[in-house]
Structure formats: structure tokens, C-alpha cells
Design a protein around this ligand. Sequence first.
Ligand code: AMP
Length: 498
Amino acid sequence: MSDLPSIPLVRRAFAHAERTAVVAREGSFTYERLLDASERAASTLLAGEDDLAGRRVAFLIRPSFAHVATQWATWRAGGIAVPLCTAHPRPELEHAIADSGAEILVGDAELIDRLEPIAAERALRLLPADELLAAPAAGPLPAVDADRGALIIYTSGTTSRPKGVLTSHAHIAAQIESLVTAWEWSSEDSILLVLPLHHVHGVINVVCCALWSGATCEMAPAFDADASWNRIAGGGLTLFMAVPTIYSKLIAAWEGRDAEERRALSAACGEVRLMVSGSAALPVKTLDRWREISGHTLLERYGMTEIGMALSNPLHGERRPGHVGRPLPGVEVERLDESGRPAPDDLAAELRVRGPGVFREYWNRPEETAAAFDDGWFLTGDVAVVDDGSYRLLGRSSVDIIKTGGFKVSALEIEETLREHPAIVECAVVGLPDDEWGERVAAAVVLRENRRLALDELRSWCKERLASYKAPSRLLTLDELPRNVLGKVTKPEVVRRF
Ligand code: AMP
């Protein structure tokens, strides 16, 4: 190798050279091959220059060795990686490419045609991923300081156009170290990636943590419930991380198997040492059912693109259903009351987060960056209370905290109750503007087959379980809830459906 890189994640890989880093459709790759491929690809990206000096490389590559190698190549050439969402239509791809000012685009064989018109129109350099990785000899690579920008991830943008969240190599290293410590990652670990790689969950929590630890990351090009079960049954995995909708789909797939297969799948879960859920609230029903099926009490954690992970239930010790646990190592979390003093545990207050993993800026948006911080604390927009030291999320202040008749109510809490209703499969609670009440509590529900539900009936059922002002006064039945590619319900769309 021509350099000993200063990028923490890349530097560590030299210590694990012989171990298997990535197993994907294309084959099995050691750390040495990852270092070699990314070094050569970095030279190709540089095309004779000394340093990309923070220039952006956007890539549309399905989860694969090529994805990771392109990301590392970008870093080693001194660039900033902009992973694009493989499920996005052209306008959204264009937004990320234009907003980040990417100058180089990389696409895999299946997706590159979607980048071609964008590259042509904007006169950008376009490289097929396999060509990039097949590059011949490497030349000298720049020294890349850990404080340099590394990654721009576009946030889901439920309320506005997606914003680019810029993190440095040092931020990424801090986010990884916190999780590696808390969840005791080691080189003996092996994880199955079923999440997309344009989002913090898949990028940091799964791939980066695995590669930091010298562990193996097996990648499915996209999530498939039966394929995931078959892989779990194949043995050898020690970790699994997913969003609640994936666990629901795995539950449904398990229920679709015959008794003997079910027993075998459940038994195979015993080999896994930790299963994690996050990125959206885990319904207690899902947690309970998953425990029956797999024997695992899912470890629920809370985080955000801007901060990495902040709160987590413990690896060892009690995991409380409906709670997201305590601050992770190196992360400070506070909640303030209206006068700026520490809020009492039972007061619903916004989470503020500080620490070495907190992002630097929204790309090219100085005003929004400034508005997101107060005195060095990142304002998450998520509201929580604390029960015996463990945080319980009430939702996002912008969409999940509904102000009705002078009361503030949590959509998440009402949803958790509605899911207990025998006719309801899924639900999303939103506030609808209302002259009389300020906002009205409205529930969109997906019903079990052949079931009906009238508003009056739902309201009287709710009033036996919740304060009457929390009972929905509008009801809408849908075939399915609108969700983004990560499976999160898109609440502004729910509001529009009403
Ligand atoms: P993203 O940046 O796309 O990962 O979205 C972050 C948001 O997801 C947070 O601000 C929360 O609103 C939500 N979120 C993440 N983890 C959880 C969780 N365990 N429970 C409820 N909401 C969560």
C-alpha cells in the first residue's frame, strides 16, 4: 500500500487484512481486497489530481462490495461520499446530486442508466462501478485529515426538501466507537445487512461498525423476508439490525411457514447474540411477537442522521418495551423546561444532544444549521419523557405532538393503544387543523380482513383506555399506510389523505 491512511475506519482495516470483510452477490472479500480495490479506485477518481479536496462523489449502487469500495475510494481520494437511494425516482436523485454539487457519479451495472441522462445534462463525469473497481495500478493518495468532510446523507425530508447532513471522518469514528463499545462488537461478529445504504442505520450501525471491528458484513441487495430467514437458518450470524416494518414482515413470513420450518427458524435465532430495532417506534406488539418467535427481546435504540445513535436499551440488563433506553457512551442528552432548567422526568420535553458524533452542518444551509443548534446542543425535534432513567419517545414535535383543546397529546402513545384493538392491523395518528380544537386527533387505520370499524365504536373503545381528548375524532380506513423507503410512515402524506 502506498499510504497508511489517516482515515480512522480505513486505517483499522490493515489490522484485519486476512479476515472476511464483505460477503455479497459478487463473492466474498477480505479486508485486504477492500483496501486494494479502494486504493486503485481512488487513483481513478483522482484522474491525475493530487486530492479531490472535498469534492463530492455521488453513487447509485445496490448494497454490495462495490458500494463499500466506492465509498472508501472516495474517502481515500479526499472526496465526500454521497450515497444515493436506489429506490428514488429521477427528481429525487437529481436533487441530491445538484444540492450536493457532486462532480463525479458512479453507478452499478443495473442502475447506471438512471444516472446517464443526469450526467449528460449536467456535464458530470460518470463511471460504471465495475470499471472503477477494475482500475489498474494505484498512484499516491492524499493525506486525509479526520476533520475533513466524509459523508453527506440526505434526510428523509418529511416536511421539506431533503437536506444533506455532512459528517466528518472524526464524527463517523465517534458514532461507530460509541456503538462498538455499547453493543460489544468484535472481529468474531457477523451481521446480515438488510437495510438500504443511503441511510445512517445501514451505513453506520451495520456496515461501518462491522468494518471497524474486523467483523464480516453479509449483504442482501435488498430486503426479502424469506431470503433473510433462509440466511438466518443457514447459521453463523451473530447480529441482526432492522427497522420495525422489517420485523413485521419477518413475523408474517415466519407465520407463513409450516410447523417444522417454524421450529427450525426459531431455533436458528438462538445463534444470534443481538437483534436491534430502530429508526422508528417499535410497537410493543411487534416486540412481544418477535420474542415469542425468536426468543430475542429486541434492543430498541434511538438515533438520527444528524447525531448517529443517542439512546439505547442495554446489551446486558432489562430492555424496556416502549422505551429507547439511556444515553450511549460519549453522548450527552438533555431536556429542558420552558424556563431553560432541566425538565422533570415526567414533563414532555425536546431531546437535545451533544457529543463528538454530532454532525457539522446541513450542506450549504448555514441558516438551517444555525437554527438546529442551541448553545452547542443539537435540537432533535423529538419529544420524550423519562421513566426510571429510561427515555420514552412521544414523537416528533412537528408532526407527532398534537395540540388539541389545550392539551398536548402524543401520536405515538395513541397509536400504541390503537394497535391493541382487535380490528386494527396498523395505524397512524395525526393532527388535523381545526378551528374549534386547534388540532383534531385523526387516525388512519388498516383493518384486518373482513373487519369494519365505525368512528363511534372506536371512540368508546378508546375512552376506556385513554383520556377522552386523546380518542380520535376522525377515522380513515386505508389499504396500507404511506411509507418511505425505510418503512417509516410519512405523516404529511397521511394528513393529505384525510
Ligand atoms: P433518520 O434521521 O431518518 O434516522 O430519522 C430520525 C428520526 O427517526 C428521529 O428523529 C426519530 O423521530 C425517529 N426515530 C429513530 N429511532 C426511533 C425509535 N426507536 N423510536 C421512535 N422514533 C425513532
